[in-house]
Design a protein around this ligand. Structure first.
Ligand code: SF4
Length: 332
């Protein structure tokens, strides 16, 4: 199927403008993501309607803590990625090629039908990077919206501005990974750039999409105090002190097997630092047995308590603190 967001260049090459790599692709070749191909001087997507994984997950697993907490979400992924993270936990699909993968077929109507059959309030595009599945996720999100069903991207934030603006009316929430806070980290570990990711977060926030940020803390790679402080200050100043931030624990995977899991003390220090700087909604993720609580930013009442991916109780009423009536950031 013909792709969106590309332009013709000399000698039948094309330039893809979907993500910030802006791949220049020769005839017969593919972009970095491996799922967009130049066929006779036209860019085609190879994965429209093809999925590798489907499941119903708790929304807390995305993680989204301030977006209809306690609900379930139909989750789809395909293959490919525009990043090459050394620590990817889903590399068996993100780094797979289309030909060697077992992919099921569906349609926007098929996705809608499944969402209705399981009575879920939303669909998440997750497991691998949804940006590179743009044409399909856009069509699905539009159709889902016509039927009152939400659409969510779990993303690395490398999407270009125009595609984001085009899908924004049908995209309700994004969990965006900020994978580190230096260009050096992005170049070495992710094979991308930090600046466009930060611009996506800012644009999404200003477009009115509900956003939450995940920062996976990797020992020796992106865990120094100065970097974390700069990240938190950026959230506070460029987004909002209320945007939820999830500091999540790294586990050795893929090509970073020689790095140990993040010590709990590091995560707790990041949590304390972010609270002291003034972020209202900070969480520690991928750690079992630690309290996972949403407090009212005004009166400090405990509003939501979670255990694992389950909500134990939720005392938010009509989007407000049940005690002092302060409005709570998010959709409830
Ligand atoms: S979406 Fe794929 S082909 Fe397009 S610029 Fe990004 S990596 Fe390259």
């Amino acid at each position: 199927m013909r792709a969106l967001f590309w332009e013709k260049k000399e000698n039948n090459t094309v330039r893809c403008n979907l993500c910030n790599h802006h791949c220049i692709i020769q005839e017969g070749k593919r972009g970095i993501c491996g799922v967009r191909e130049n066929r006779d001087g036209e860019l085609h997507t190879l994965i429209y309607g093809l999925y590798s994984s489907v499941a119903i997950d708790p929304i807390e697993k995305k993680p989204l803590y301030h977006f209809y907490p306690g609900s379930e979400i139909l989750s789809y992924g395909t293959v490919g990625c525009n990043f090459k993270c050394l620590h990817c936990q889903n590399y068996t699909i993100s780094q797979a090629n289309v030909e060697n993968s077992y992919l099921e077929k569906t349609t926007p109507e098929g996705v809608l039908g499944l969402a209705k059959r399981y009575k879920v309030p939303g669909v998440a595009w997750t497991y691998n990077e949804p940006t590179i599945w743009y044409e399909f996720t856009h069509d699905c999100s539009k159709l889902l919206h016509e039927h009152g069903i939400k659409s969510v991207y779990v993303t690395n934030g490398y999407i270009e501005k125009e595609p984001l603006k085009r899908i924004a009316p049908y995209l309700d929430a994004m969990n965006i990974d900020v994978k580190g806070f230096t260009e050096e980290f992005y170049a070495k570990v992710v094979h991308g750039r930090l600046k466009p990711v930060l611009e996506t977060c800012e644009l999404a926030y200003h477009l009115g999409i509900h956003i939450e940020i995940t920062y996976l803390v990797i020992p020796r790679h992106n865990d120094n105090e100065r970097e974390l402080v700069e990240f938190v200050n950026w959230v506070k100043e460029k987004l909002s002190p209320e945007v939820p931030v999830h500091f999540t624990r790294f586990h050795p995977d893929y090509e970073l097997m020689d790095v140990p899991p993040t010590p709990l003390a590091t995560l707790k220090k990041a949590f304390r630092m972010a609270k002291d700087i003034g972020l209202a909604n900070v969480y520690i993720g991928n750690v079992w047995g630690e309290p996972d609580i949403t407090y009212c930013p005004k009166c400090n009442e405990i509003l939501i308590e979670r255990e694992g991916f389950s909500v134990v109780y939720n005392k938010i009423k009509d989007g407000k603190c049940s005690k002092c009536k302060e409005k709570i950031f998010g959709r409830f």
